[in-house]
Design a protein around this ligand. Structure first.
Ligand code: BGC
Length: 734
C-alpha cells in the first residue's frame, strides 16, 4: 500500500513539475505576445548586461546577452548592396572570399524609375542577401533631401521631392523587412550636405522641417513600419541630431510612435546625459582606437557604456532610461534574429541580378535626343567611338560607406562591345581620375594631354561618339565626408568634349553621377542621357537602352539648374550653403528643388520629373470623380494615356497640386501623385490616381499642425514639373 501511495505521489509531483520544467521561459516562447517576452527578458538581465547591449562591441555588431541566449546584432551598409566584411575593430576590409554581393543601382536611380513596385523588389532582393550574409540590420535606405547639387551623398538618397521619396521608401523597407532583416532609414535628419557634417547646426523653419525634410522619414516610420532609424552627424537647434529631444522623443517616438531602435551614425554621439535622456537607444562608433584607454576596452568608453553605467549606479540617471532602450533593442531582436520563422535568405541569384538590371534600365533618363540620335540600332554605324573613363571605371567602389565588393560589375564598354561587336567599337579613355579613397584625392598617374590627344584622334575617325563622363565615387565627387567644390565636370571633361566636338559633331553624352552637373556643351551635342551608378548590371542596362531594346523611362528625381546660383540653397550665398562652419541657414525654406524654380520663375536646365522616351504618348481628357470634396475624401483623377509611337514604352503620369488662395505662401505646385504606366506600341490605358484630400495639407507653423484649407485646388496632370498637360479644378469644402 505504502509503495502504491509513493508511486501515486511521485506521479503527482512529476505531473505538476514536468510541465513546469518543460515550459520555455516566456521570452523564448514564440506563442507569447512579443511585449510580454520583452518584459520577461528584461527582468532577467543584470544592469551590466543591459549596458552592454546599447553600444557597439565591434565596428558593425553589438553583443546580445550570451547568458540568456539572446544573439548578437549584426549590421551592414547599405543602401545599395551588402557591404564587404570588416575586421573587428577598424576599417580594414577583412578580405573574406565570400563577401561579394549583387550591387544594386544607387538610390537616385531607384527614385528615377518612379516605380514603387521596383522599389519593393529592390528591398526584397537586398534583404535576402543581407539575411543570407547573417545581417540583422541593413543600414539603409537614405532619404535625406537633395538640396544642393554639391552634396557628396545625394547619390545615396531619393532626390529633391518629399512625396517621391516617401512613396519610394515604403516598399523598399517592406521588401527588406519581409526577410526578418531590419531596414534602417538614415540620416535622421537635415544631413543635406557633407561639408561640416560633424558639427554644423542646421537652422531651418518648422515649416520646411515638416514639409520637406521630415516627410520621407515619417513615411518610413508610419507607413513602412521601419524597425531602425539612424541619426545624423549634424545638429538641430544646437543639439546633435542623434540625441536630440525634439527630433527623437517628441517627433519620432512621440508623434510618429516609432517603436524601433534609434541608433547613432558611426561616432555621432557626444554626451552621455543627452544620449541617455534624449531618445538614443544604441551607440555605434568609429574611432575606437583613437581613445587613450586602448583597444581592448575602447568600447567601454562609449557614452552609452561605462559612463552611462556609472551614472546609473551613482543615481544620476534612472535605470528606467536604460530599460526603455533595451526594450526597443529586444523588440528588434524578436523581429529579426530571435524570429524563428524568418526566411533563410539567398544571395547572388539570377533574380537578384534581374532586379539590379531592371532598376538600372528603368532609371536611365533621356534628356536630349536631337534627330533621333538615340537609339543606336546595331548596324547603324560602322565605327563607334566610346570615350571617357566612366565607360570602364568601377563605380561600385568608393563613395564612402556605400562602397561594395560586387561579384561582377559589367562596364558600359563591355555592354556596348557585346551589342555592337568588337570590330565596331574603338575605346579611348580621354581623361583619368585616380583610385577612389575615402578622404583624399589620389592622382591618376596618367598623362592628361596624351589622353586628350588620342581621344580626339579616335573621335575624328568615328561615325559617332559616345562620351561616358560625369562624376565618380572619388573624394569630393559623389562621396561621403565632403562635398563637390563646384558644379563643373571634373578631370577636364568640358575641355575634352569641346575638342571632340570640334572634330566630330555626332556626339552623344552619357553622364554618370548622382548629382546635377553644368553642361556648357549641351547645345552642341546631339544626345544626352543622365545615367547613375548602376551597379552590377550597368553595362547591360546601358547597352539595352542605347541600343533601343528598352525605351528609356527614367525621370529626373531632381532639377538640374542652369547655374549653381539658380539652385535654392546657393541663391542666398554662403550663409545658406555651406554655412559658416557653425550654422547653416536654410534660407530657401520650403522652396527646395522645383518648388523653388517654379515659384521664383527661375527656369531650370532640366526640370524635376523630366525624361524623354523613344516612343510618344498622348493624353485623353482627364476627369475627377466629383468637383467638391470634404477633408477626409479621396480625389480620384482618371486620364487615358495612349502610346502612339513606334515602340513599347513607359510613361510616368504626374499629378501636381496647387492651392488657389492659401493663408500662407505655398509653392506654385507640389507633386501629390504619380503612376508609371507600361504601354505596348498602339496600346492605351486608363490611369487612376487617388489623392487623399489630406495630402493637400500644408504645415501651418502658426498652429504647429498640418491643415487642409477649404479652397479651390488645381490638379495638374503633367509629364514633368514643367510640362503640364491638363488642369482640373476641385473645391475642398469646410
Ligand atoms: C555613414 C553611415 C554608415 C556608417 C557605417 C557612417 O560614416 O554616415 O551612413 O551607415 O558610417 O558605415
Amino acid at each position: 500500500m505504502k509503495e502504491k501511495i509513493n508511486a501515486l505521489l511521485a506521479l503527482l509531483v512529476w505531473g505538476v513539475a514536468f510541465p513546469l520544467f518543460a515550459q520555455l521561459p516566456v521570452y523564448l516562447d514564440d506563442s507569447m505576445p512579443v511585449e510580454e517576452r520583452i518584459e520577461d527578458a528584461l527582468s532577467r538581465m543584470t544592469l551590466e548586461e543591459k549596458i552592454a547591449m546599447c553600444h557597439a562591441q565591434s565596428k558593425f555588431s553589438t553583443p546580445g546577452c550570451p547568458r540568456l541566449g539572446i544573439p548578437e546584432i549584426w549590421m551592414s551598409d547599405g543602401p545599395h548592396g551588402v557591404r564587404m566584411e570588416f575586421v573587428w575593430d577598424d576599417w580594414t576590409h577583412a578580405q573574406w572570399t565570400n563577401d561579394s554581393c549583387t550591387a544594386y543601382p544607387a538610390l537616385t536611380c531607384l527614385a528615377a524609375t518612379f516605380n514603387p513596385e521596383l522599389s519593393y523588389r529592390y528591398g526584397k532582393a537586398l534583404g535576402e542577401e543581407a539575411r543570407y550574409r547573417g545581417k540583422d540590420i541593413i543600414l539603409g535606405p537614405g532619404v535625406n533631401i537633395y538640396r544642393t547639387p554639391l552634396s557628396g551623398r545625394n547619390f545615396e538618397y531619393m532626390g529633391e521631392d518629399p512625396f517621391l521619396s516617401s512613396v519610394m521608401v515604403v516598399p523598399y523597407i517592406r521588401g527588406v523587412q519581409e526577410n526578418g532583416v531590419a531596414a534602417c532609414v538614415k540620416h535622421f535628419v537635415l544631413n543635406n550636405q557633407e561639408k561640416y557634417r560633424n558639427e554644423i547646426n542646421v537652422v531651418v523653419s518648422d515649416r520646411a522641417l515638416n514639409e520637406i525634410y521630415l516627410q520621407a522619414f515619417k513615411a518610413a516610420v508610419m507607413q513602412g513600419g521601419v524597425w531602425a532609424v539612424m541619426g545624423s552627424y549634424n545638429k538641430y537647434k544646437g543639439t546633435y541630431c542623434s540625441h536630440n529631444d525634439t527630433l527623437i522623443n517628441q517627433i519620432l517616438k512621440g508623434d510618429w510612435k516609432f517603436d524601433g531602435v534609434m541608433l547613432t551614425d558611426w561616432g555621432s554621439a557626444h554626451d552621455t546625459d543627452e544620449a541617455a535622456r534624449n531618445g538614443l537607444d544604441l551607440e555605434m562608433g568609429t574611432w575606437t582606437n583613437g581613445l587613450t584607454w586602448g583597444l581592448s576596452s575602447a568600447y567601454d568608453q562609449y557614452y552609452l557604456a561605462r559612463p552611462f553605467l556609472e551614472k546609473i549606479k551613482r543615481g544620476e540617471l534612472p535605470e528606467s532610461l536604460l530599460d526603455e532602450k533595451i526594450r526597443r533593442i529586444l523588440r528588434l531582436c524578436f523581429r529579426t534574429n530571435m524570429n524563428r520563422a524568418r526566411p533563410f535568405g539567398r544571395k547572388l541569384t539570377d533574380e537578384h541580378t534581374a532586379v539590379a538590371r531592371k532598376v538600372a534600365e528603368e532609371g536611365i533618363v533621356l534628356l536630349k535626343n536631337e534627330n533621333e540620335f538615340f537609339p543606336i540600332q546595331p548596324g547603324r554605324y560602322k565605327k563607334i567611338a566610346v570615350i571617357g573613363e566612366n565607360a570602364v571605371k568601377k563605380l561600385t567602389e568608393g563613395g564612402g560607406s556605400s562602397e561594395l565588393k560586387a561579384r561582377r560589375e559589367v562596364s558600359p564598354l563591355q555592354g556596348l562591345i557585346e551589342k555592337y561587336g568588337k570590330e565596331n567599337i574603338v575605346y579611348s579613355m580621354g581623361y583619368a581620375s585616380g583610385a577612389p579613397d575615402y578622404n583624399r584625392e589620389l592622382p591618376s598617374g596618367l598623362d592628361a594631354d596624351s589622353l586628350v590627344a588620342s581621344a580626339v584622334e579616335v573621335a575624328k575617325g568615328a561615325d559617332v561618339v559616345l562620351f561616358f563622363g560625369g562624376l565618380n565615387k572619388n573624394f569630393r565627387q559623389d562621396c561621403e565626408g565632403d562635398d563637390r567644390e563646384s558644379m563643373d565636370l571634373p578631370y577636364g571633361q568640358n575641355e575634352l568634349l569641346d575638342k571632340i566636338l570640334q572634330v566630330n559633331p555626332n556626339v552623344g553624352v552619357i553622364l554618370i553621377s548622382g548629382n546635377a552637373v553644368s553642361m556648357p556643351w549641351l547645345d552642341r551635342v546631339k544626345g544626352l542621357m543622365q545615367s547613375w551608378y548602376l551597379g552590377s548590371e550597368a553595362g547591360w542596362a546601358t547597352a539595352r537602352v542605347i541600343g533601343g531594346e528598352v525605351s528609356p523611362s527614367g525621370r529626373l528625381p531632381f532639377s538640374i539648374p542652369r547655374r549653381l546660383e539658380d539652385n535654392s540653397a546657393h541663391y542666398f550665398g554662403a550663409r545658406s550653403y555651406p554655412g559658416d562652419g557653425k550654422n547653416v541657414y536654410y534660407c530657401d525654406d520650403i522652396l527646395v528643388g522645383y518648388r523653388w524654380h517654379d515659384t521664383r520663375h527661375i527656369d531650370p536646365l532640366f526640370p524635376f520629373g523630366y525624361g524623354l522616351s523613344y516612343t510618344r504618348f498622348e493624353y485623353g481628357k482627364a476627369h475627377v470623380d466629383r468637383s467638391a470634396y470634404a477633408c477626409c475624401d479621396t480625389v480620384q483623377v482618371e486620364v487615358e494615356v495612349a502610346n502612339v509611337g513606334d515602340m513599347d514604352g513607359a510613361e510616368t503620369v504626374q499629378l501636381y497640386v496647387s492651392q488657389q488662395n492659401p493663408s500662407l505662401p505655398r509653392p506654385v505646385k507640389e507633386l501629390k501623385g504619380f503612376q508609371k504606366l507600361f504601354l505596348r506600341k498602339g496600346e492605351k490605358k486608363w490611369v487612376t490616381l487617388n489623392v487623399p484630400v489630406q495630402d493637400f495639407a500644408f504645415y501651418d507653423d502658426r498652429q504647429a499642425r498640418w491643415v487642409v484649407e477649404p479652397d479651390r485646388y488645381k490638379l495638374q496632370i503633367a509629364t514633368s514639373s514643367r510640362d503640364v498637360r491638363q488642369t482640373v479644378e476641385v473645391v475642398v469644402n469646410p
